[in-house]
Design a protein around this ligand. Sequence first.
Ligand code: COA
Length: 167
Amino acid sequence: MKFELKRLDASFLGDLLSLQDDAFRHLGDPEMLRPNSAEVFLECLEKHHTLGIFHEKELIAFGILYFGKGTPENLGHDLGVPKNLLFKVANVKLIIVRHDFRGQGLQRFIIGELEKKAQAMGYEILACTVSPKNHVSIRDFLLSGFVFWKQTPKYGVLLRNVYYKRI
Ligand SMILES: CC(C)(COP(=O)(O)OP(=O)(O)OC[C@H]1O[C@@H](n2cnc3c(N)ncnc32)[C@H](O)[C@@H]1OP(=O)(O)O)[C@@H](O)C(=O)NCCC(=O)NCCS
């Protein structure tokens, strides 16, 4: 296979930051993405599930499955999920594909792999937020079976569409 898939650990922190820089350099509108700090990426690598896609041993894409549990980060709050079921909701927090590897369906592949992981862990709903300006990403989530729930201000002043999928 052309690409290799691997769960990432903390040693990949620098690579995630570089891929995020690459994404911002090629972004039409900076409002489309919420920048993540090194601390947040480290937490994702250590406590959540971060998958990497490698091409010839080089990390060229990643996706983060985030377990919001009882925190405000759990998108189950936005979906109106009852409190006792919040632990069944996992977030697809962020997916980035390096600009020179785009157009090969890698985001949809990563969504599928994160979904399998969430299912295996007993999660029943996947949720994500996407900027209404991010047409490529919206298309990928809809093609992956996600359903639009609502549009809402998130993360301060950013407008976001909330999507979910029963898994
Ligand atoms: C969103 C993203 C992950 C999609 O990458 P991808 O999986 O390679 O996208 P696709 O394979 O579905 O590409 C579909 C088409 O859109 C194009 N495309 C992909 N990303 C694009 C972008 N940022 N700007 C313009 N066109 C883009 C591709 O070239 C392709 O065109 P084609 O069908 O003519 O070949 C990638 O654009 C990215 O990393 N963006 C920055 C981070 C981001 O927005 N992440 C999503 C938020 S969770």
